[in-house]
Design a protein around this ligand. Structure first.
Ligand code: F6R
Length: 249
């Protein structure tokens, strides 16, 4: 008999310890399978994770040359070399510290034809054999990737209108100017994300606590897209005490 269990929860005293755990899991995955396919996230949360991964790349002599990466999302209208792009963020925080092959770094191109670009990305993920390990953050409104709360969710990679909350939290990338933050993005869909063989969601801070509690205990609802993670058999939530503070004991 098999039992259905929800996401596995690990709680650390602080955000850095949580980030170190996820970095170790990624380093182990890379060493176990040099051809691993990672799904990656941007945002404030994974900054410490990528710094630790860069450190482990040196201390553990990690060889990224056979690995493949796919990032979750990119802003519409923003090219890969734009300082506000997620592509530049990843270059700065992780890629330049590794020997990843440029041809194995996959990114949605914000300046491409959106519909064709989304189809291309789905094909590329399938051709790579799917995602082995998808790293996720969570929005304060419960979004995953840029799958924003809505009456219905798009299952596959698609163009999405960003909420004002999400645009505000990305303003730093655009000189702190909200009016410069694009209004749309391209994002992997919920089904694309849930097809990853394993998922690791990293969250820290009190602002994430309510969504984390609902992710675990709430009904599965498109009003809080992260609750869909309950449907996946291999999800790890790596939290600091503040992000875990609304969980029932
Ligand atoms: C970023 C992404 C988003 C972020 C989320 C949390 O690629 O997909 O879902 O993970 O907005 O952002 P931070 O970490 O800045 O709180």
């Amino acid at each position: 008999m098999s039992t259905i269990r929800g996401p596995r929860v690990t709680i650390y005293p602080d955000a850095h310890a949580a980030a170190r755990d996820v970095a170790r899991r990624m380093a182990n995955a890379l060493q176990d399978n040099p051809a691993v396919v990672f799904g990656l996230a941007t945002g404030r949360t994974p900054v410490a994770l990528y710094a630790e991964l860069a450190r482990l790349t040196t201390t553990r002599h990690l060889d990224w040359s056979g690995a493949t990466t796919f990032n979750l999302d990119e802003f519409v209208g923003v090219g890969p070399d734009d300082p506000g792009s997620y592509r530049r963020f990843m270059q700065e925080h992780l890629f330049r510290h590794t020997n990843l092959e440029p041809g194995r770094i996959n990114f949605l191109v914000g300046t491409a034809d959106p519909d064709e670009e989304c189809r291309r990305y789905e094909r590329a993920i399938a051709q790579a054999g799917g995602l082995d390990m998808q790293i996720l953050g969570i929005g304060t409104n419960g979004h995953i990737g840029f799958n924003e709360p809505a009456p219905g969710l798009e299952s596959r990679t698609h163009r999405v209108k960003l909420t004002i909350e999400t645009r505000r939290s990305n303003a730093d990338l655009f000189g702190g100017k909200l009016d410069r933050v694009p209004t749309e993005a391209l994002s992997m869909g919920m089904a694309t994300i849930l097809q990853a063989r394993s998922l690791i969601l990293l969250a820290h801070g009190k602002s994430k606590a309510q969504c984390i509690a609902e992710l675990i205990n709430g009904p599965v609802t498109t009003a809080l897209p992260a609750t869909f993670l309950q449907l996946h058999p291999h999800v790890d939530l790596i939290l600091d005490t503040a992000a875990a503070s609304a969980l029932r004991a």
